[in-house]
Design a protein around this ligand. Structure first.
Ligand code: MIC
Ligand code: SF4
Length: 661
């Protein structure tokens, strides 16, 4: 039996385990990326391991999220990250250089490699034919320390692509919105999508990256395209042809599922509030008033895309009372557009140009007004994420969004009389890495500088044998990490200060949560399906842990958040019988006895609901390694116990450890 592309790359990087779907596999990682909002913790944790130099072949520390400098906190974080990167062996990408995913695609991605990033949209680089996965910062720290990355071998779906996108008004964004329409935000949990078929050749590298970027919204571990002549062309234009490698599945490759997708059948689509899978054709919303349009982000920031946006706006003016922003994905794209005159077309039309950073996507400014409709070419529209709970955020392709900006309402792009010429991929990108700094050649001389807002990362002790507490909150399906630990300009500056940020846990859903948790000395959380979907921010586990949350019981979990819970010693438990969810309420007093015993012996866990006088059964589904981590109090404690104590000498000698040993 031949291998599909995913299996080929996994096989080449396998440190332990086998490629059977569902089995634990441990992978060697070639590249890691961090961004500033998750990177500070990752580097603090790396420092806590006491390893002098990063062991991953390539590490890049980007600054792109915490960009608004409303006080000293964010710039202090930037300086810490820059000095830490220089000392420990990472490239540093300065603020203004661009968004990590777009930049990584341009300057570092390479077919056949494995990339791990402390951001859920790391899979963007799957457009380059690599396995690129998002994870929590602590996992990144462990990998930078020389560890492998462990996960359950996902199942692989082949999305067999045929046909061609029929007009410029239908873009790569519509491809992924169509998959979200069909599969939903939880449809991809436990899966990787591999794209193949004749239609793939019609998609440019950056179009592929838009599609793999929003694979995160499907809950996928990642998605991947083959590496072909289009891949080679992009790398050549980036001056990196040497990184090219032809990659595709074996002729007799097998898949766990196959999905057909005909590009020529697609039409412009839009995701309605408040979920990326709430997708309908744009034509069904014709006439809906629009107050704000935001184009850019790591999803739709390519040169061709923004040039097409400029072509639509050239010589025209935005609708009155409408505000349009553009946050280009990288300085490379920005500078090319500036040199070619497109930026003046945007300024002239009335666009508000932002820096090459995440910006409005993560609520760092540009919050819409009360009850406003904001249309974005971004990837997430969870409730409140844009900075205002009463606003409705819609997601659609950047060209359609630009048409709305001209009319002030939603129009069917297929009826537009604006002529849009096809924009060719550049033969040569403008290469200027002047804000990308390699690590110091003399690390001993570099001083790592930490501002006063950068606090130590709190750790949990060993798991208790008995939990006796209250249900602090009961939630429905699809709770996102934006719900658990909001972002935005007010909260993001506290990413390096867990005691301070913990005050905001669930603040958009239940303003009294943090106080209640502290008053009660902690407790448990009850959730529905796909608990913790969305971002990789480990603060959504670490801050609840700091408030004393001991376990989360849910119908099911999103992959990255479940990992983060375990990494911080919070027990993720699932209902053995899903309808038991209905028997447990907020405020119920509960107890779980002999917890350590039950976990050690892989036995079901009994929860006694003292308030209701009934028992329910829970399952933990932990791997051997996860079980040990939970018992010890989390990943850092596990590393210390398993690796540091036993391999002290080897570590000093630069020994590369594998957690599975
Ligand atoms: C997001 O898009 O939600 C973020 C902000 O990029 C997060 C990371 C974070 O919260 O810092 C993500 O996607 O992982
Ligand atoms: Fe930044 Fe938004 Fe992309 Fe997250 S999804 S990395 S916040 S641009």
């Amino acid at each position: 039996m031949g291998y599909n592309l995913v299996q080929q790359i996994f096989k080449r990087h396998l440190a332990a385990g086998n490629l059977q779907a569902g089995e634990r596999v441990s992978l060697k990682v070639d590249q890691v990326l961090t961004q500033d909002a998750t990177g500070t913790l990752a580097y603090l944790q790396f420092e806590a391991m006491g390893i002098p130099r990063i062991k991953t072949p390539l590490a890049v520390s980007y600054v792109d999220h915490n960009i608004l400098q409303t006080d000293f906190r964010n710039p202090d974080d930037h300086l810490y990250l820059q000095t830490a990167a220089s000392k420990y062996g990472a490239y540093f990408s300065a603020p203004g250089n661009g968004i990590c995913h777009q930049l990584h695609l341009e300057r570092f991605s390479a077919p056949g490699k494995i990339l791990l990033g402390s951001d859920s949209h790391t899979p963007t680089a799957g457009g380059m034919g690599m396995i690129a996965m998002g994870t929590g910062g602590l996992d990144i720290a462990a990998v930078m320390g020389g560890g492998c990355y462990e996960l359950n071998m996902p199942k692989v779906t082949l999305v067999h692509v045929q046909g061609q996108l029929k007009t410029p008004w239908v873009t790569a964004m519509d491809v992924i919105l169509e998959l979200l329409r069909r599969l939903s935000v939880k449809g991809g949990v436990g899966w990787i999508i591999e794209y193949g078929g004749p239609g793939v050749a019609d998609l440019s590298l950056t179009e592929r990256a838009t599609i793999t970027n929003m694979g995160a919204e499907l809950g996928l571990t990642c998605s991947i395209f083959p590496s072909d002549e289009r891949t080679r062309g992009f790398l050549k234009a980036q001056g990196r042809e040497a990184a090219w490698l032809e990659l595709g599945p074996d002729v007799d490759a097998e898949y766990d599922a196959v999905l057909e997708l005909d590009l020529s059948e697609l039409e412009p689509l839009i995701a309605k509030p408040h979920s990326p899978d709430n997708v309908v054709p744009i034509r069904t919303l014709k006439g809906t008033k629009v107050d704000q349009v935001c184009v850019g982000s790591c999803t739709n920031s390519s040169y061709q895309t923004l040039k097409a946006v400029a072509a639509i706006l050239k010589g025209r003016t935005l609708a009155p009372q409408l505000s349009m922003t553009i946050n280009p994905g990288s300085k490379q794209v920005y500078e090319m557009l500036a040199r070619e005159g497109d930026i003046s077309a945007l300024i002239c039309a009335g666009v508000r140009l932002l820096e090459a950073a995440c910006g409005p996507c993560i609520g760092m400014g540009q919050s819409p007004g009360t009850g406003a409709v904001s249309v974005r070419s971004f990837n997430r529209n969870f409730h409140g994420r844009c900075g205002h709970k009463s606003a409705g955020v819609y997601l659609c392709n950047p060209l359609a969004a630009t048409l709305f900006a001209l009319t002030g309402e939603m129009v069917d792009p297929m009826e537009s009389d604006i002529y849009l010429a096809e924009i060719a991929e550049p033969q040569n990108y403008l290469i200027n890495d002047n804000r990308l700094y390699p690590p110091s050649a003399e690390p001993d001389r570099v001083e790592v500088i930490k501002g006063p807002n950068i606090k130590e990362v709190p750790l949990k002790g060993e798991l208790e044998d008995e939990i006796s507490c209250q249900v602090l909150i009961k939630l429905g399906d699809g709770v996102s990490t934006d719900d658990i630990m909001p972002a935005g300009s007010k909260v993001l500056p506290f990413r390096s200060n867990i005691p301070a940020i913990s005050e905001y846990v669930f603040s958009n859903l239940d303003a009294g949560f943090a106080d209640r948790a502290k008053k009660l000395g902690g407790g448990i959380i009850v959730g529905g399906e796909n608990y913790g979907q969305g971002s990789s921010r480990e603060h959504a586990a670490l801050a609840p842990m700091y408030l004393g949350v001991k376990a989360v019981i849910a119908k099911s979990f999103a992959r990255i958040h479940r990992n983060n819970l375990i990494n911080y010693g919070i027990l993720p438990l699932e209902f053995a019988v899903v309808t038991d969810y209905d028997t447990i309420e907020q405020g119920n007093e509960i107890s779980i006895n002999q917890l350590r015993d039950s976990l050690e012996n892989s036995m079901p866990i009994k929860l006694h609901n003292k308030t209701k006088g009934c028992d329910i059964t829970l399952k933990s589904n932990l791997s051997q390694r996860e079980r040990e981590m939970i018992l010890l109090g989390g990943l850092l404690a596990y590393i210390r116990r398993k690796v540091y104590l036993f391999n002290e000498n080897e570590r000093e000698n630069g020994y590369v450890y594998h957690f599975t040993q």
